[in-house]
Design a protein around this ligand. Structure first.
Ligand code: PEP
Ligand code: MG
Length: 528
């Protein structure tokens, strides 16, 4: 992929300041218009991402900062380069979700500078034949418009699992391995990109190639197979549900066979809001979501603010360890009016819809928090109220938690993070973050047992549910439904069909008996 543009020189401008500023205004407007146009073409959440980038390009604070640098003698190119870099640095220092947006800003700066220079923006090459795209990081603008007939797979050395690149790639069903750390690959080299295991194999042997081709064929067959309800080979039903972040994703999810929604992340609707959203505006969003799933289960999670998803109206500033701070249900409890408004909006939308609305609270750690949330939700008119199990304490006491809650949904992303004490956004501890780790599997088993002891359903809505083999193991651990990004539904559906409930239990036993994640995965595979 084309390397970034050379940094502009810091020699003083020969043009009058007003002229330099006019050049910037024109270039920024052109780049914003291009991003918006690309967004419109791409649709879906790609459009949201690109429109957000266009807005960033036209941010008045940035414009002011660029203007000040030009007034001090800088060229338009240099002023854009430094002002955008400073802004990106500020975002990176905040870290978490905003930190990951810093890469987006660098991309916008490159586009503006390319426009000022009258050269093509750096971007995806076009070698004229299908290829694997290897890049340091991929801009959302490029990811959104990748030509799926040409780009066989994407490998990036930087970026985390929650970067926009990863989110968009997953949504488009692109085979992608992000954040490899390094990629010693040359143009023309043959590689296998194994997104399921997160590895890139350079110069594979014939055997490795044949095995990869077989897996690719199986994937294609799974995608083309008729859409049936999720079930094991013996007919045991395991409903397959969608994870969504906005009502706009609903139509695609239905088309891919989602039997309902297992996790609607409401905080994604309000990430840029300074103030708590009104009951009316929330009700409109929820009504739109529910309308897409008549007669179906729709599990909505109340706002999960904090850590990598700070919301100004809920999140305490300056916590030293925000992942261990007042986040999720703790933050909502601290501002109960926000929680009451959200539950009221949900109850109102529910009253006018045919969907089967379930609500759940994030980051619940205790039975007392479970009782608090479920009682309040019931008081405000919601019928089915449950909790996410993402904190080891809630898993260990799942038998008690599920005496109180109507259901539990296991958030494996956070459950693994807290079980292993390994930040889920941090590449340096990624080796500890596998949901295959038997320590995590034992906790999941406890939740499954808590569900069956109380006759209550237990779902999984973390990324683990999207791993086909692990999905079978989860069923064997007592999980009764699986929720995932819609692009993963076909693969999981196909794998479930290959194993009976007895097989699943045997695979789960084998995985539980292992000492580490790799061992658990291997044991499950050989017990299959
Ligand atoms: C999880 O933690 O697994 C989960 C589903 O919630 P989120 O990824 O939004 O934290
Ligand atoms: Mg979570």
């Amino acid at each position: 992929m084309a390397p970034p543009l050379e940094a502009p020189s810091d020699a003083p401008s020969a043009l009058p300041a007003a002229e330099e500023k006019a050049r910037v205004t024109e270039a920024v407007a052109a780049v914003a218009a291009e991003l918006n146009a690309r967004g419109e073409k791409a649709g879906g959440s790609a459009q949201d991402v690109l429109e957000a980038q266009a807005m960033m390009a036209e941010d008045p604070t940035l414009e002011e900062s660029v203007g000040a640098k030009i007034d001090a003698g800088a060229t338009a190119e240099h002023a854009v380069h430094t002002a955008f870099a400073e802004f990106a640095e500020q975002l990176a220092a905040i870290g978490g979700y905003l930190g990951e947006r810093a890469a987006d800003l660098g991309d916008v700066a490159q586009r503006v500078i390319a426009h000022l220079r009258g050269v093509a923006a750096p971007g995806v090459p076009d070698p004229g034949h299908p290829f694997v795209l290897v890049a340091t990081d991929l801009a959302p603008a490029d990811t959104a418009l990748l030509d799926l007939d040409q780009v066989l797979a994407v490998v990036t050395t930087e970026g985390g699992p929650t970067s926009h690149t990863a989110i968009l790639a997953r949504e488009k069903g692109i085979v992608a391995v992000v954040g490899t750390g390094s990629a010693d690959l040359a143009d023309g080299q043959t590689v296998i990109v194994d997104a399921a295991d997160g590895v890139v194999v350079a110069d594979p042997t014939d055997e490795q190639l044949a095995a990869a081709a077989e897996r690719a064929e199986a994937r294609k067959a799974a995608a083309a197979a008729p859409i049936t309800p999720g079930a094991l080979a013996d007919g045991t039903e395991i409903p397959l549900l969608a994870n969504l972040g906005s009502p706009e994703g609903a139509a695609d999810a239905v088309a891919l066979g989602a039997e309902g929604v297992g996790l609607f992340r409401t905080e994604f609707l309000f990430l840029s809001s300074e103030e708590a959203p009104s009951v009316e505006s929330q009700k409109a969003s929820y009504a739109k979501l529910l309308a897409a799933f008549p007669g179906r289960k729709v599990v909505v999670r109340v706002l999960d603010a904090g850590a990598d998803k700070p919301l100004p109206f809920l999140t305490d500033e300056g916590e030293e360890n925000p992942a261990l701070g007042r986040r999720g249900i703790r933050a909502l409890r601290n501002r109960e009016n926000v929680l009451r408004d959200q539950l009221t909006a949900l109850a109102q939308a529910d009253a006018e819809s045919d969907a089967d609305l379930w609500v759940m609270a994030p980051m619940v750690a205790t039975v007392e928090e479970t009782a608090y949330f479920t009682a309040l939700a019931k008081e405000l008119g919601l019928r089915t109220t449950g909790v996410m199990v993402e904190v080891p304490a809630a898993a260990i006491l799942a038998d008690r938690v599920l005496q109180v809650a109507d259901f539990a949904s296991i958030g494996t992303n956070d459950l693994v993070q807290y079980t292993m004490a390994a930040d889920r956004l941090l590449g340096t501890v990624a080796n500890l973050q596998s949901p295959w780790h038997p320590a995590a599997l034992r906790l999941i088993q406890m939740v499954g047992e808590g569900g069956s002891a109380n006759g209550k359903p237990v779902g999984v809505c973390g990324e683990a549910a999207a791993d086909p083999l692990l999905a079978v193991v989860l069923a064997g651990l007592g999980v009764t439904s699986l929720s995932m990004s819609p692009s993963a539904l076909a693969d999981v559906r196909a794998e479930l069909k290959l194993h009976t409930a007895d097989d699943a239990r045997r695979m789960a036993e084998a995985a539980l008996a292992a000492s580490d994640a790799a061992g658990a995965q291997a044991a499950a595979r050989s017990a299959a």
